[in-house]
Every structure is written in C-alpha cells, then in structure tokens.
Design a binder for this molecule. Sequence first.
Ligand SMILES: Nc1ncnc2c1ncn2[C@@H]1O[C@H](COP(=O)(O)OP(=O)(O)OP(=O)(O)O)[C@@H](O)[C@H]1O
Ligand SMILES: [Mg+2]
Length: 277
Amino acid sequence: MNQALLTKPEGQKRAKILALANQKGGVGKTTTAINLATALAACDRRVLIVDIDPQGNASTGLGVNRHARAVTSYDVLLGDAPIGTATVPTAVPGMSIVPASLDLSGAEIELVQSSRRREFRLRDALGAAAQDYDFILIDCPPSLNLLTLNALVAADAVLVPLQCEFYALEGLSQLVKTIERVRRAFNPALEIQGVVLTMFDRRSNLCDLVAADVRGYFGSKVYDTVIPRNVRVSEAPSHGKPVLLYDMRCAGSQAYIHLASEVLRREQGALNPEMVQ
Ligand SMILES: Nc1ncnc2c1ncn2[C@@H]1O[C@H](COP(=O)(O)OP(=O)(O)OP(=O)(O)O)[C@@H](O)[C@H]1O
Ligand SMILES: [Mg+2]
C-alpha cells in the first residue's frame, strides 16, 4: 500500500459517511461494510459501522453477540439513546459498531407513525459521532424502505456493492432514482461514491459482460478493484471475524485492502487534487 495513504489528510475534520446500499439481497453489502471498514482501520482510520439491517448480519459477523446488544440502532433511530451508548468496540483496533437487533424490523412502522423528522433520525443521531471518526459506514437492509432512506439522508455518499449477474443493472436504476429523489427532497449533497463489483468469477463470461455494462453506465465511478468470489470471505462471519483477521493472505482480504486504498486515494484526491496526479 502507498505510504501516503497511511497518513491522514489535513483538513478532514468530520467523518465521511458512506451508506452501503443496494435493494437487491445478498450482493455483498454487509461483507463490504465489514471488510472495507477493517481495511480502513488498518490504515489508521477511526471507523464506525452502523448496522441498520434488522437481520443484524454486520453485528453477528463482527462477533457482537445478542447479549452485547443492550442498546442498538433501534434505540438510536427512535431517539431513545445517544449514539455513544449504542457503540461497542470490535476486535479490530480503531473500529466500533452500533449493532442492530430484530427490534429494528418494528422501527419502520414506528417511524412511519411518527411524523417528526422521520427521515432525519439517523442524520441527527450521527451528528454527535461525526467528530470522533474518519469514516462511518452504514450497512443498509436489502430494501428501499424508511431505514435505507434514513441512511441516504444521513450519508455524504452511497457505495453500491454489485454482484455481476444478469439483472444487476436493472435493479440499479431503481436505486439511482431513489438517490435522485433523496437529493431533491432531503440531502442535496448526496453523491454516488462508487460501485464495487463483488463475488466476481473470472471464469464466467457473464461476469465479464455485466462488468463491461456497469463500467459503460457508471464510468469511473466503478472501482478498479474487483472483489473475487472467495470461500474464505464467506467462512469468516461464522467465526465472528472480518476476513482480514481470519485469513489475511487470501484473495478476498487482499482485494478489500486494495479497495480501501482506492477509496482513500479518491478521498485524498477530492480533498487535495494534486495528490493523485
Ligand atoms: N467475495 C465473496 N466471496 C464469497 N462469498 C461471499 C463474498 N461476498 C459475500 N459473500 C457471501 O455472500 C452472502 C451474501 O453476502 P452479504 O451478506 O455481504 O450480502 P448483503 O448484500 O449484505 O445481503 P443482504 O441483502 O441480505 O443484507 C454471504 O453468505 C456472504 O458470506
Ligand atoms: Mg447485509
């Protein structure tokens, strides 16, 4: 990794908030949240993952057991707890998580019934944490519901994990429309941070074709780094660990390290354009 990326840029005072979103299920949102966060923490960045998926996969995948989830993103979203009280450390130095619990599946209904700033709950809550981190990664559920809407309103940018399969682009147009709507109604600064191709199989022609299509549509927004399908990546959550702690040398870990350096390079380029020349 480029040494310059290990040095935090001057001038970044507030966390960059990224929502990992794609309403399609099982495309690698949670895996990317956990492992990109770990790789960013390994680059000396302070990282918070906010799990707003009632499935709680990011929480489980990081070994936060159900008993350690006394206060969760549910309480934070309903305004019953400040974010700090819901934050728990992980085994990765510099990385914490606000876990989710099943209660969260009821939060949508409760939020719909409450009229007060229901789209802004996460944004309001994260305001208090933004000074304490360099990156906040929000792991969204596979739906464009009020929980995901809260993430899009809170975020600076959306990072879209995309599995190279036949209907991949079709689903994306719905997400892009939602992002545009959020921009108009709630969060004019919301950007697409990037699209990351996940579970890529180099032997599959379909993967190559879909990747070419996605690059044709999103251009340079698509990261050069492609996350390969790798069995170690899928084994790691059952050990409650990011794949970088489970098997640092495997192809999946290496890909997430590359992705983190690409994210940092682009961020530094945005803050300080001459650094990327
Ligand atoms: N690079 C990879 N190689 C192999 N398996 C992977 C890889 N990335 C993710 N997986 C596996 O694919 C499944 C779906 O991944 P993940 O849970 O990250 O997707 P998701 O988009 O968060 O799903 P959901 O929409 O349900 O939240 C998981 O079992 C995960 O372990
Ligand atoms: Mg998930």
